[in-house]
Design a protein around this ligand. Structure first.
Ligand code: GAR
Length: 190
């Protein structure tokens, strides 16, 4: 079975969705790694018997030192694909040059609304549509090559409703993209 590693920082609902739909069926979630010792996602992953490693970024003097530890943990597993799901750390070239098969999900139609508070900014914008993007991880934040997107009409009345719609789209799109990439030779390796 193909192996993936999932990186997360907080609530972990995308992590749980991927585990629920794919783990032990279509692929193996060989390890989940978080930078946040109090991330809710830790319990979500453990519920399914998925190994979680906490690499607390606060214990490292620099971003590069943290990224080195992250790369070491990923390389131990040697996954076919690295999946960022709500992983809220800016990555340095130490990561991006070592790990060339990493993808990320971002809650906007990139290249719009890169960075923090994308959901709020997308909701408040005058646009009539919104959506979600999956892209390769590159040195620049939320800027790697786009792999897939899904969009919807913005007819939600509140930010809460809008956010729920974003997550619904994410839970549908991300597992499909992961499976598609794993079935192609192109789970990018150099
Ligand atoms: C998701 O909406 C994901 O797209 C977003 O964080 C949320 C994590 O939720 N990621 C980013 O904004 C990355 N720039 P979750 O922890 O419940 O999966």
């Amino acid at each position: 079975m193909k192996k993936i590693v999932i990186l997360f920082s907080g609530n972990g609902t995308n992590l749980e969705n991927i585990i629920q739909k794919l783990h032990d069926k279509e692929l193996l979630v060989a390890r989940a790694i978080t930078n946040n010792p109090s991330a809710k996602g830790i319990e979500r992953a453990k519920k399914y018997g998925v190994e979680v490693e906490v690499i607390d970024h606060k214990k490292f003097p620099t971003r590069e030192a943290f990224d080195e530890a992250l790369v070491r943990s990923i390389e131990e597993v040697d996954p076919d694909l690295v999946v960022l799901a709500g992983f809220m750390r800016i990555l340095t070239p130490v990561f991006t040059q070592a790990i060339t098969n990493a993808i990320n999900i971002h809650p906007s139609l990139l290249p719009l609304f890169k960075g923090a508070k994308a959901i709020e900014r997308s909701f408040e914008s005058p646009m009539k549509v919104a959506g979600v993007s999956v892209h390769w991880v590159s040195e620049e934040l939320d800027s790697g090559e786009i792999i897939d997107q899904a969009c919807f009409r913005k007819d939600q009345k509140s930010l809460e409703e809008f956010e729920a719609k974003i997550h619904e789209i994410e839970y549908d799109l991300y597992p499909k993209v992961i499976l598609r990439l794993l079935s192609q030779e192109a789970a990018r390796r150099s």
